[in-house]
Design a binder for this molecule. Structure first.
Ligand code: NAD
Length: 429
């Protein structure tokens, strides 16, 4: 314990707030979703807001606001991350919770969708304050979370250390006989506490597997291809590190500190070490600095946005010089941005498919904690590959049979699964 508090990243991009509901409606229209089920899925099952006091290091008390939105649990326990961010609000968590429902449905996991967190900037607090804030939030959540009811995980600015505090606090709140049966109340735990090997790289790995599948379907060799990445944190840097063995050239990278370029290809391993030591890509000796517009206009085969929502817009989509956008970030493309990408015949692998590797390995962690097992990396990676490839195949096949784009197809896959379960179960009473 006692790890440094997670660093908050500046968030210049904003969410295109109405995008997810329009995406949902578009897919629901196309597949003729039952109107009653459309109404059910069109809103969250529950939305909680908590205001709770925490004593700071100097003795004064601050009031924090925390959220948990539980969108849907017809397929299984609510599942979704906790985000600590100054721009976090109910609206954001509503969108993110619904996205989790679609993502787990596409990946064929026995989970529903949820999301939550605290409106705060963790960089403003000491480690001990952060621990008290986290523990007090878990106390406020009470039994609205639980190992077979609602299972949080890390999201922006939360990490395995925060998950360890959550697990520890939750276990103190349940009767002693239930404690050791409840460690699967969170995923993304440190390995020593029942975390899963390979969870750290899982989202980046899922991104790379979807790119492999996409290239294989088109007879494209990754060896001769090139790409650019926005965001070199967990997801972006792991995607680049895992693409390295394919000899795919990483031509440019941008993060909150700046953008860099090398026509011969940046070394993702050296760049990851640099970012770890220096906090960002700026100043990396293996590349030259470029500006934002030059970064976006870099000619490459694919672009992996792995930073913020709302980055590919009406303004930036015309600048892109790629064939494929692989949405590693949640919600990186606005509606107008997507329309322009489509007009320009740039393909999109949507976020609810491309970044599902994280929740797939969270599911594997949950199963291991539930059964007191610890699988090796080979087993975890094999299961991740099979699950995300099956999800990829479902979305590709739906796009073909409905003659639609991949985002709409991904929603159709999710909504079809949810609809069939509702039809079998019926609506109480
Ligand atoms: P992270 O905090 O580790 O990294 C975020 C990266 O974005 C950093 O490199 C940061 O410098 C960069 N960034 C921030 N502001 C920027 C700006 N204005 N311009 C350019 N770059 C900027 O986060 P992460 O875990 O890698 O998550 C990245 C995205 O992937 C988020 O959208 C997240 O919701 C999504 N995602 C993450 C996971 C996961 O398992 N970590 C799973 C699914 C989706």
């Amino acid at each position: 314990m006692g790890a440094a508090p997670p660093k908050v990243r500046p968030e210049s991009g904003s969410f295109r707030r109405d995008a997810p509901s329009v995406q949902f409606e578009r897919a629901a229209d196309l597949m003729g979703l039952d109107p009653d089920i459309r109404r059910i899925l069109g809103s969250a099952a529950s939305e909680s807001i908590f205001h709770f006091p925490v004593k700071m290091d100097d003795g004064h008390v601050e009031i924090f606001t925390g959220y948990r939105v539980q969108h849907n649990n017809v397929l299984g326990p609510y599942k979704g991350g906790l985000r600590f961010h100054p721009q976090a609000d109910l609206h954001l968590f509503r969108e993110l919770a619904a996205w989790m429902t679609w993502k787990t449905a596409i990946a064929d996991l026995p989970f529903g969708g949820a999301k939550g967190g605290i409106c705060m900037d963790p960089a403003d607090y000491s480690v001990s304050e952060l621990e008290r804030i986290t523990r007090r939030f878990v106390y406020a959540l009470g039994d609205s979370i639980g190992p077979d009811h609602d299972i949080p995980a890390p999201d922006m600015n939360t990490n395995p250390q925060v998950m360890a505090w959550i697990m520890d606090t939750y276990l103190t709140m349940v009767p002693p006989q239930q404690r050791l049966r409840s460690t699967h109340v969170v995923t993304g735990k440190p390995i020593g506490l029942g975390g899963c090997v390979g969870r750290d790289k899982a989202t980046g790995q899922g991104v790379v597997i979807t790119i492999e599948n996409w290239a294989r379907d088109r007879g494209i060799s990754l060896k001769d291809s090139s790409y650019i990445v926005q965001g070199f944190g967990n997801v972006g840097s792991w995607a680049a590190r895992l693409l390295h063995p394919y000899e795919t050239r990483l031509l440019a990278v941008e993060d909150h500190t700046g953008a860099i370029h090398d026509a011969a290809g940046l070394d993702p391993l050296a760049l990851s070490r640099w970012v770890e030591d220096h906090g960002g890509v700026a100043g990396f000796p293996g590349g030259v600095a470029i500006d934002h517009e030059t970064f976006l206009g870099t000619q490459a085969d694919f672009f992996i946005p792995a930073a913020l929502g709302g980055q590919i817009t009406e303004k930036t989509a015309p600048m892109l010089n790629v064939q494929l956008v692989v949405e590693a970030a949640n919600g990186p493309t606005t509606f107008e941005g997507e329309r322009i990408l489509m007009q320009r015949e740039i393909s999109i692998i949507p976020d609810i498919l491309a970044n599902a590797g994280g929740v797939i390995v969270s599911y594997l962690e949950w199963l291991q904690s539930k059964r007191s097992e610890a699988w090796d990396l080979e087993e975890v990676e094999g299961k991740l590959r099979r699950k995300i490839t099956a999800a990829y195949d479902r979305v590709r096949d739906a796009a073909q049979s409905y003659g639609t784009d991949w985002r709409t197809a991904a929603y159709v896959v999710a909504l079809s699964r949810l609809e069939s379960v509702y039809k079998e179960r019926g609506i109480f009473p």
